[in-house]
Each structure stands twice: as structure tokens, then as C-alpha cells.
Design a protein around this ligand. Structure first.
Ligand SMILES: Nc1nc2c(ncn2[C@@H]2O[C@H](COP(=O)(O)OP(=O)(O)OP(=O)(O)O)[C@@H](O)[C@H]2O)c(=O)[nH]1
Ligand SMILES: [Mg+2]
Length: 177
């Protein structure tokens, strides 16, 4: 069976681990308690655990094996993005759309970490995540995010159907917003 590699990237707490865990039959993570002096107050306030190095998940979809790599969102692990970007063929860029500030954090993350590698990916999708608790319309979220040359989907990372839809759009099927 063919295996496709997919990088799931996005700013701190955007939902990468949740997205991969929801989809995967087999799932490995390196989550740790947020600790140490290099963790900012803002990061610690948002949540207690975070991904260090990467999440790895495996899902079978429409006769293909998909290997998902979740990048860590915390700023001190920036160097891993480069390695993961070079080994993945496809990109899912997850944006926390729960409020406007979260979308802007997504934009900064994109410009700093994704833009330099963006053209290397064969296919790309922007997933507007946390739509179940979002106070921002799709139009407003896209305006805040700035133009990104990729199809856009809405996701709720805890819902398997919504994650599967994102994968299908990425691989060239199914509806976008
Ligand atoms: N309501 C809601 N909560 C979500 C959704 N996706 C993720 N979350 C929650 O958001 C928080 C962060 O999710 P994670 O999956 O840990 O985010 P992450 O991107 O892996 O975070 P880092 O690895 O630390 O960068 C968790 O409490 C999740 O349960 C969503 O679509 N809807
Ligand atoms: Mg994570």
C-alpha cells in the first residue's frame, strides 16, 4: 500500500495533537508537562501539557496509508519544523480560530515557520480549527490570516468526520468551504 507523509503544523495549542489522535489507529506522542524557565507565562496559562519533538499517527484512508507528523507548537522547539518539513510531502496548516488573537498567532507562525517551506509541499490545506467554540466568522478569520495559496476547510479536531474531510481535501477529493 502507498504511504503518504503529512505534516500537521500550527501555532501553540492550535489542535495538532488532538487532530492526529482523533484520526489515528496507531498514535505516538511526546507530550510533557509544561515546565522549565523557557516556557513563557502566556504559554503556561493556555495549557498544562505540550508536544516536545513530534506526534506521529497512522491512518488508512481510501486505500492509502497516511503517516501524520505533528510539529511541536512551542517556540523552543522551532528547529524540529525544518526536519519534519523536509520529510513530509503534504501539509495541513491548523489555525486556532477560537478568537481573533488566536488567528493572528496562526498568521505569525505561518510567516515565520511555514512560508519558507511552503512551496516544497506537493499539496496543502488550511484548516480553520475549533469551529465549535469560535467567535470569528470564516470570512474574518481568512482576512486576519492573509492570503495563503491553499484550499480552506473548517475543522473540529475532536470530530473524526471533520478531520477525515480535511485529509480528503488535501488529497484531492471532497468539498471545501
Ligand atoms: N473545542 C475545541 N477544542 C479543541 C479543538 N482542537 C483542539 N482543542 C483543544 O485545544 C487544546 C490544545 O490542543 P492540542 O491538540 O494539545 O494542541 P497542539 O497544537 O498539539 O499544542 P502544542 O503541541 O502544545 O503546540 C486542548 O485542550 C484540546 O482539547 C477543537 O476543534 N475544538
Ligand atoms: Mg501537541
Amino acid at each position: 500500500m502507498e504511504t503518504e507523509t503529512i505534516l500537521v503544523a500550527g501555532s501553540f495549542g492550535s489542535g495538532k495533537t488532538t487532530f492526529i489522535r482523533t484520526l489515528s489507529g496507531k498514535f505516538l506522542t511526546a507530550e510533557r508537562e509544561l515546565s522549565g524557565e523557557r516556557v513563557s507565562y502566556a504559554e503556561r496559562k493556555l495549557k498544562q501539557t505540550t508536544t516536545v519533538f513530534a506526534d506521529i499517527g497512522l491512518v488508512e484512508l481510501d486505500g492509502k496509508k497516511l503517516l501524520l507528523y505533528g510539529a511541536p507548537g512551542q517556540s523552543r522547539f522551532d528547529f524540529t519544523i525544518r526536519g519534519l518539513a523536509s520529510r513530509c510531502k503534504h501539509l495541513i496548516f491548523l489555525v486556532d480560530t477560537s478568537d481573533e488573537a488566536a488567528v493572528l498567532r496562526g498568521r505569525l507562525y505561518f510567516e515565520k515557520f511555514i512560508k519558507p517551506y511552503f512551496n516544497r509541499f506537493q499539496t496543502r490545506v488550511v484548516a480553520l480549527n475549533k469551529r465549535d467554540i469560535s467567535k470569528v466568522t470564516v470570512e474574518r478569520a481568512l482576512e486576519l490570516l492573509g492570503h495563503i495559496q491553499a484550499p480552506v476547510v473548517e475543522t473540529v479536531a475532536t470530530s473524526r468526520d471533520s478531520c477525515l474531510n480535511a485529509l480528503r481535501v488535501l488529497l484531492g477529493r471532497e468539498a471545501k468551504v
